[in-house]
Design a binder for this molecule. Structure first.
Ligand code: HEC
Length: 124
């Protein structure tokens, strides 16, 4: 009798485990952040190149669309610390979605910028 109960439990656990597997598969599709390394994010090697590739054609010192300049650490840091940078990247309510006229940056890219902002947006 006891043996059957344990078997039943094992089966239930197995079922739960496999269901969980499916659940995680779906989540990965929705939020593809597997293998996203946000550990060694720095301004010079990570953040500046992302901004250069996606933002500076409109937000460099010369063509500062919307009067927003993101060129150089000090300029970008301002928008990092006042919440606007993450607001526009995450397309939160009340922020103009950026990059304007283009798809949202991929999850891992935004996560890296968030890690840098959470770190105090240092000039590293
Ligand atoms: C095609 C041009 C273009 C690109 C590319 C672009 N922006 Fe913008 N951005 C604008 C314009 C125009 C405005 C001001 C008008 C507005 O608020 O819609 C603006 C406004 C902003 C603002 C102020 C938002 C606010 O709510 O007041 C921030 C911050 C910003 N952009 C960040 C970014 C970042 C970060 C990127 C790159 C990921 C980016 N932009 C890419 C054109 C652009």
């Amino acid at each position: 009798m006891k043996k059957i109960c344990i078997k039943g439990l094992a089966f239930a656990a197995l079922l739960l485990f496999s269901l969980q597997g499916c659940y995680y598969d779906v989540e990965e599709e929705l939020y593809p952040d597997t293998g996203c390394d946000t550990a060694n994010v720095a301004y010079s090697t990570t953040v500046a190149p992302i901004i250069a590739d996606n933002c500076l054609n409109c937000h460099n010192r010369a063509s500062n669309f919307g009067n927003v300049t993101l060129e150089g650490h000090d300029n970008l840091q301002q928008y990092a610390t006042n919440g606007q940078l993450i607001g526009v990247l995450r397309r939160l309510d009340g922020f103009a979605p950026m990059p304007q006229g283009a798809p949202q940056l991929v999850e891992c890219t935004i996560a890296k910028i968030e890690a840098w902002v959470a770190d105090g947006a240092p000039d590293n």
